[in-house]
Design a binder for this molecule. Structure first.
Ligand code: GLN
Length: 303
């Protein structure tokens, strides 16, 4: 098919955009070009690939150019599209929420290791942001109730919209500081991807991070302020035999295990992410008289 001379063709637009995007550090040029063109045209990616000679309308070409300019200025692709893939889900994200990272799926995997998946449990995702962890666990565990906590009302609104779109009525948004709104002994499992970057860390001004909420990234001089707060209150909120699992930086594992030990959490262990980096530390509240989390009858009290 011959296009009018002033019309840009799909394949040509993708090639030009990918070449420009290759200058960005940490970009996936071809993938990002396809995602932005999908956004600009409303066409599925498969169509862009299968039909490179399709001409773009002038409106779509202008929209694509505008999106490309934003991306070349460093704006994260997730915020430009307003979407991010996580686990099996496609989530809404905005600059009020951290962009969910693939390494955070490790927290979901750990939650799914708990025995007797069909038994009702009450769990919490602290600092839920877009609600990514809560939603991923919720789609896999319909019998659980998942409290999705955040101190940011703007973030909670995004989490709530994701839960609603995905039909996850068993995810319950809760406004508050870490575990403060949670009742004593209420939880079987606490999951958190808190801020853990040191305030002076140069990574904060690189890649996507300058566009993300600083309160979701940085946590004091050693990056451990939030993890200290959560760990200090975890034993109060966990049921006997309950589990705490926290994501942290690759060099923080020993310090986090020490915090767990200080608080009386037992058998702290660190798991590595797919890149082989220490990423999540977990530890257990001591079992009560009636055994561990895997063997105990349920008595869930909502906070
Ligand atoms: N893993 C993120 C990063 O280093 C940080 C997320 C966080 O602080 N929770 O880019």
């Amino acid at each position: 098919m011959d296009a009018p001379p002033d019309r840009t063709l799909t394949g040509q637009a993708l090639r030009t955009a990918a070449a420009a995007l290759a200058r960005l550090p940490q970009a996936s040029p071809r993938l990002e070009a396809e995602l932005l063109l999908t956004e600009a045209t409303g066409w599925p990616r498969a169509r862009l690939v299968a039909w490179p000679e399709a001409p773009l309308t002038p409106t779509a070409a202008a929209h694509f150019a505008a999106l490309l300019t934003r991306r070349l200025a460093g704006e994260p692709i997730a915020y430009i599209r307003g979407r991010q893939a996580f686990w099996t889900l496609d989530l809404r994200v905005t600059p009020d929420t951290l962009i969910p990272r693939p390494e955070t799926e490790l927290l979901v995997e750990i939650a799914l290791e708990l025995p007797t998946p069909d038994r009702p449990r009450l769990i919490a995702d602290l600092g839920t942001g877009s609600g990514a962890i809560a939603a991923a666990v919720a789609v896999e565990r319909p019998a659980w109730r998942i409290v999705a906590g955040d101190r940011s009302a703007a973030a909670l609104a995004i989490a709530q919209s994701n839960f609603r779109t995905l039909g996850l009525a068993h995810c319950v948004p809760l406004r508050g500081d870490w575990l403060a709104p949670i009742a004593r002994g209420a939880l079987d499992l606490i999951l958190a991807n808190p801020p853990y970057i040191a305030a002076a860390d140069p990574h904060l001004v690189q890649g996507d991070l300058p566009f993300e909420p600083l309160t979701a990234l940085a946590a004091g001089p050693d990056g451990l302020d939030a993890i200290r707060d959560i760990t200090a209150d975890a034993m109060r909120c966990l049921r006997p035999g309950g589990l705490l699992a926290i994501e942290h930086g690759f060099a923080q594992a020993e310090a986090v295990r020490a915090l767990f030990n200080d608080q009386g959490l037992i058998n702290p262990e660190t798991r590595r992410d797919l890149a082989g980096q220490d990423r999540v530390t977990l530890g257990w509240a001591p079992p009560g008289d009636c055994g561990s989390i895997g063997s105990e009858p349920e008595n869930i009290a909502m906070p």
